[in-house]
Design a protein around this ligand. Structure first.
Ligand code: ADP
Ligand code: MG
Length: 636
């Protein structure tokens, strides 16, 4: 017996617990059976923790009792028990673990829960609040627990799940572990049933690695699926294990079963989910693989077996070659562990590569769902080559924004003299296609990759090269490299070449334009790249594409407009007419108005027009004037 005393008495639940209980008790009636999954999973965690303590060599109370989970019931008394011989809890642990919600993100969870009650059963376990689901079926719950630490007294916890709980010392002698006694609600008596309980365990807890008894019968499979030879495992079993592991209601997009024997032994069962976890606000903390050593769970969601950007992969890794008593803190420095982890990463890469080659549709599904994560791997230089091969982009050769091409496919289609791979970032395919910078690419028939996701900019500037080809933003392309390439379309010739005299006037006009815009631009010059637009803005050599520059500015909260070069299309009707006006009167106000308008429209396209007031005003004036002309020519 222990000489420590427990702090008996009545305790209030923390506010967020009350809130959660309120939702659980009053509004969740579908799929209530998951309370059992949650309690069994806690029992299994408790047994895992115990096993971990004993591998560390800790002193364990009641060392000889079997590691197991037992479910029993008494229909007449409306009672149900879930008992485990796991690590147990001290009174302090019970106060901290059951009376409060430790995890961050509880507020998010509560919000999700109140918005979408159907999803609640799927996400409840993931937020570390599984225990409370018992109050969906219980009027009253009694927990009796005895810690594995011999000198800690047993503790009893009782609550009706309304607002408070009571702690006391149990009268009877308790052995190590935890028993949850449930007083079933009137409308939950269905759970006091042998057949029903067995079914629930089989459905939700079949892969728990400790034996689960309902009455006297062992119900679960207990074998470690990842240790079985691949040939003996059916797709349904893989899917079932996946659902067990992730609580996902859909089967995975892909599974990967790996057994490696040399130089280091490990088995892994890895999955790519159909849906990204992002949408549940479950991204960062939730990633990681479960690490087992000799079938003993060492760590849930280990973050070092895979790089973070492959965090969409779920699953487990089990090795014979790591020491059982390895501590989580020293794992990272362990040479065997780092070999396993780089091997796991390569396995994921080869699986993705194979998928990209043999199952293009599945790969595209993967890309649409998980590329947001995956693309963050642009800084992983160790896997650079493999990473680059998997990148996909929308392209000018696609019919719509859904199409995806690889860099390899791009280079295979490339013109023989082309030395660079071109890309353009924009908010949408439509916006990109309106961009004047693209005109020369269209007339030369050069493929351009379309980037919609801001992270693509970082990907492109970090990757910088594919094979021998530089990745170049279209607004940074050196026109000399493009001019060499043959055109696919004859440049339409609407106007005669300018006479020498007119060329001189044009130079003066450009100088006038520069005067009007002043320091807002660096230079005005004749463009070689334009066809249907009168003008565009070009970045002076900064080594950064316009959109990259934009992202950097946003990050630095810098709202200044960069000093661009204004390029003018001298074979455009507007420019030719300006020249006429200019020749007649070089100080005509009209020129100033048009220049302002051209400049601001171009700024708008580049995403730099912060104040549209002047532009809108000017357009309205022009419309008003042109309406006179329209009425005139139509004799209205
Ligand atoms: P989670 O399991 O995600 O942590 P739960 O609400 O299911 O969230 O459980 C809260 C905590 O209560 C657990 O982390 C654990 O510390 C403790 N606990 C619950 N059930 C048991 C048990 N059977 N044995 C020991 N500790 C338990
Ligand atoms: Mg739990």
């Amino acid at each position: 017996m222990s000489d420590k005393n427990i702090k008996s008495g009545k305790y209030e639940f923390k506010a967020e617990v009350k809130q959660l209980l309120n939702i659980l008790v009053h509004s969740l009636y579908t799929n209530r059976e998951i309370f059992l999954r949650e309690l069994v999973s806690n029992a299994s965690d408790a047994l895992d923790k115990l096993r971990f303590e004993s591998t560390k060599g800790s002193e364990i109370a009641d060392k000889d009792i079997d590691h197991e989970i037992r479910i029993t019931f008494d229909k007449d008394k409306k009672l149900l028990w879930i008992k485990d011989s796991g690590i147990g809890m001290t009174s302090e642990e019970i106060i901290n673990n059951i009376g409060t919600i430790a995890k961050s993100g509880t507020a998010d969870f509560l919000e999700q829960l109140s918005k979408n009650k159907e999803d609640a059963n799927n996400i409840i376990g993931k937020f570390g609040v599984g225990f409370y689901s018992v109050f969906m079926v219980a009027d009253k719950v009694e927990i009796t627990s005895k810690s594995f630490k011999a000198d800690e007294p047993a503790v009893k916890w009782v609550s009706d799940g309304l607002g408070s709980y009571e702690l006391s010392e149990p009268e009877e002698e308790i052995k190590r572990g935890t028993t949850i006694q449930i007083h079933l609600k009137e409308d939950a008596l269905e759970f006091a049933d042998d057949y029903r309980l067995k079914n629930i365990v089989k459905t939700h807890s079949n892969f728990i690695t400790f034996p689960i008894f309902v009455g006297d019968e062992k119900v679960n499979t207990v074998s470690a699926l990842w240790r079985e030879p691949k040939s003996s495992v059916k797709k349904e079993q893989y899917d079932e294990f996946y659902k067990f592991l992730t609580y996902d209601s859909e089967p995975p997009l892909k599974h990967l079963h790996v057994s490696v024997d040399a130089p280091i032994q490990f088995n892994a069962l890895l999955y790519i989910p159909k849906k990204s976890y992002d949408f549940m606000g479950l991204s960062k903390e939730e990633y990681g693989l479960d690490l087992y050593v000799k079938r003993v769970l060492i760590q849930h969601r280990n973050k070092d077996l895979l790089p973070e950007y492959l965090g969409f992969v779920k699953g487990i890794v089990d090795s014979e070659d790591l020491p059982l008593n390895i501590s989580r803190e020293t794992l990272q420095e362990n040479v065997i562990f780092s070999k396993i982890s780089s091997s796991v990463t390569s396995q994921v890469y080869s699986a993705l590569k194979k998928m990209a080659e043999d199952e293009i549709e599945t790969f595209n599904e993967f890309w649409i769902e998980h590329s947001k994560f995956f693309k963050m791997g642009y800084g992983d230089f160790a896997n650079r080559e493999k990473y680059i091969e998997l990148l996909r982009f929308n392209s000018s050769i696609n019919e719509d924004s859904k199409g995806l091409v690889s860099l390899k496919a791009y280079t295979e289609r490339m013109k023989s003299d082309q030395k660079e791979i071109y890309y353009k970032f924009g908010n949408s395919r439509e916006a990109i296609e309106l961009d004047p910078h693209l005109e020369i690419f269209k007339s030369k028939g050069i493929e351009v990759l379309y980037l919609f996701d801001p992270v693509d900019e970082f990907v492109m500037s970090t990757v910088a090269k594919y094979k021998d080809f530089d990745l170049v933003a279209v607004d940074q392309a050196d026109l000399k490299n493009l001019e060499k390439l043959e055109s696919v379309k004859e440049k339409k010739k609407e106007f005669e070449d300018l006479s020498d005299d007119d060329e001189k006037h044009l130079s003066s006009l450009l100088a006038k334009m520069k005067d009007v815009l002043g320091d807002r631009i660096k230079e005005v010059k004749v463009s070689e790249r334009l066809e249907s637009s009168p003008a565009c803005l070009v970045n002076p050599e900064t080594g950064m594409s316009a959109s990259m520059q934009k992202i950097m500015k946003i990050m630095n909260k810098d709202v200044s407009v960069p000093q661009f070069i204004l390029e003018v299309n001298k074979d455009h009707k507007l420019v030719r007419n300006m020249l006429k006006v200019f020749k007649a009167d070089s100080n005509d106000n009209y020129i100033g108005q048009v220049v302002e308008q051209i400049y601001e429209s171009a700024l708008l396209l580049e995403g730099y027009l912060y104040d549209p007031y002047n532009l809108v005003n000017r357009i309205n004036n022009h419309l008003e004037q042109s309406s006179d002309w329209y009425v005139g020519i139509n004799k209205l």
